[in-house]
Design a protein around this ligand. Structure first.
Ligand code: SAH
Length: 252
């Protein structure tokens, strides 16, 4: 018999409407060796329908953490991927599940990593998207590309299993091997973006009536840079220094 394979990658389901989909997602995860489930504001949970559809994966449901915002679900994460059924008006870096699964494994040494799934009816919002380093899209019939939530979870967890480092080709180095400082967490990035927006606003650069795309574009830019903690500190130091409303005495 094979050794059980533990896949320490977090699955986050946001605002799921049907508890049955939560149960079916837990089952999909457990079959692939993925166990960490976080639920953001589920409509109904715990629920008998979830337990019934989990079919023996109810241990995952019992251990699931329920939170009220996506920010809480990923606050400690070094890398976050959003699963999206459709292409967006603002292009966000998007991969297919196989490449995405490899990247998730590669980022794991830097801190927790997560895959975020949207609600059944509407998918991920732009605010959710802004918190994702990249999106994963399961290639599908372009005229009918939206999978059932739990089936999308199944495909991603399967690819995570297949991309387990033990099965990667030799010589595929982890991307973070030569980093001097740990990657910034989602919380640290969020604090930086809040700070950046404040300074852009106070300096008159950001017009509050301007389309929100500017903020999204900046988030896309800094996500692409994969900032580490030293870099975040430098950027925040610069923001503090140029802030027109900075407290007397300079840096804060
Ligand atoms: N009607 C929604 C689809 C929601 S399906 C929309 O148009 O966006 C629920 C969730 O399952 C999605 O938010 C996404 O996380 C996941 N999902 C469904 N189909 C997918 C696909 N082809 N690729 C990636 N994720 C998918």
């Amino acid at each position: 018999m094979q050794e059980p394979l533990e896949i320490p990658i977090r699955i986050v389901l946001t605002e799921t409407s049907h508890p049955g989909n939560i149960g079916a997602s837990a089952r999909a995860m457990k079959t692939m060796g993925v166990s960490e489930l976080v639920l953001v504001a589920p409509k109904e949970f715990p629920s008998a329908a979830a337990t019934a559809r989990a079919a023996g994966a109810d241990d995952l449901l019992a251990a699931a953490r329920t939170v009220t915002t996506l920010a809480e679900a990923i606050s400690d994460c070094a890398y976050v991927v959003g699963a999206s059924a459709r292409l967006r008006s603002l292009q966000w870096p998007t991969t297919e599940p196989r490449t995405c699964a490899q990247r998730l494994w590669e980022h794991l040494p830097a801190g927790p990593v997560a895959v975020v799934f949207g609600p059944e009816h509407s998918g991920l919002t732009n605010d959710d998207l802004a918190r994702c380093h990249e999106l994963v899209h399961i290639p599908a019939n372009p005229a009918y590309s939206s999978l059932n939530l739990a089936m999308a979870v199944q495909v991603i967890c399967y690819e995570l299993r297949m991309a387990h480092p033990g099965s990667l080709a030799a010589g595929t180095a982890a991307v973070d091997e030569d980093r001097e400082a740990p990657l910034a967490t989602a919380d640290e990035l969020e604090a930086f973006h809040v700070h950046l927006e404040q300074v852009m606003f106070r300096s008159g650069f950001l017009n509050p009536d301007q389309p929100r795309q500017l903020k999204l574009r900046l988030r896309r830019l800094f996500n692409r840079a994969r900032l580490d903690q030293t870099e975040i500190n430098i950027l925040r130091g610069i923001l503090a220094a140029v802030d027109p409303d900075k407290p007397a005495g300079g840096r804060r």
